[in-house]
Write a protein that binds this ligand. Structure first.
Ligand code: DC
Length: 225
């Protein structure tokens, strides 16, 4: 731990990983790494390259690297850079969101992003969130957390993020189905599937307030001594 701790937060879609990781990093004065943003950035680069989606499976690691996705450190995290420009909103477009699971299931895409993620953690003081942070990317992390929440609650949170505060039962059903589909794709894929690291702390956020879950994780890091 001479470089300072690495903290990993993994969990299924809508479990609150990214917002929690960002808040934990801010409280500790660490950097936050949103690894999902890297898979989204690679997807954006591929969409912009004009290569048909059917061709993605034939790309090797060098071809993935040539798409030139980079991270540039900021005091509180990292800018994600595609083709020399910082990307933020583009990463959340419906087009990227609907295709990123395909890309994230391909071994060469995962291999091409591994060194970027490890370099981000090389100096410690990092809170990294994703699906395989504690299993594949940072297996020696100092604190590992696995966040879960009931499907209904995760659907409500996603809808709230989209500005729907009072969802109808149809809204909830549609969103729950979409999330359950993503859970299945993430946990059943062959390469780095989503699973709880053996040495992770399990935190169920269904009935926890946001500050409570942030406090719980900060306490784990401060308890490292
Ligand atoms: O968390 P997110 O919605 O931004 O993730 C986007 C996609 O990338 C999603 O399909 C899961 C995948 N992903 C992954 O496979 N491994 C990670 N470490 C992070 C995200």
């Amino acid at each position: 731990m001479s470089n300072g701790p690495v903290v990993t937060l993994d969990g299924p879609a809508g479990s609150g990983k990214s917002s929690t990781a960002r808040a934990v990093a801010r409280r500790l004065g660490f950097r936050h790494l949103d690894s999902g943003a890297l898979y989204r950035a690679l997807t954006l680069a591929l969409l912009e390259s004009g290569l048909a989606e059917e061709e993605w499976d034939g790309l090797d690691e060098d071809a993935m690297r040539a798409l030139d996705v980079r991270l540039a450190p900021r005091p509180d995290g990292f800018d994600v850079i595609v083709g020399g420009r910082v990307v933020v909103e583009e990463l959340r477009s419906a087009e990227v969101t609907s295709r990123v699971a395909h890309l994230a299931g391909l071994a060469p895409s995962r291999a091409s992003l591994l060194s970027l993620q490890r370099a981000a953690g090389a100096h410690g003081r990092l809170v990294a969130d994703g699906r395989d942070m504690g299993t594949a990317v940072f297996p020696d992390a100092d604190v590992k957390v696995y966040l879960v929440a009931d499907l209904d609650e995760r659907a409500r949170r996603r809808l709230r993020d989209e500005g729907v505060d009072e969802p109808t039962s149809e809204d909830l059903e549609r969103q729950s189905e979409a999330i359950a589909g993503r859970d299945l794709a993430d946990s059943e894929r062959e390469h780095s599937p989503l699973r709880m690291p053996d040495d992770a702390h399990l935190i169920d956020t269904t009935r926890l307030g946001f500050e409570e879950q942030v406090d719980a994780i900060v306490a784990l890091v401060e308890g490292l001594g």
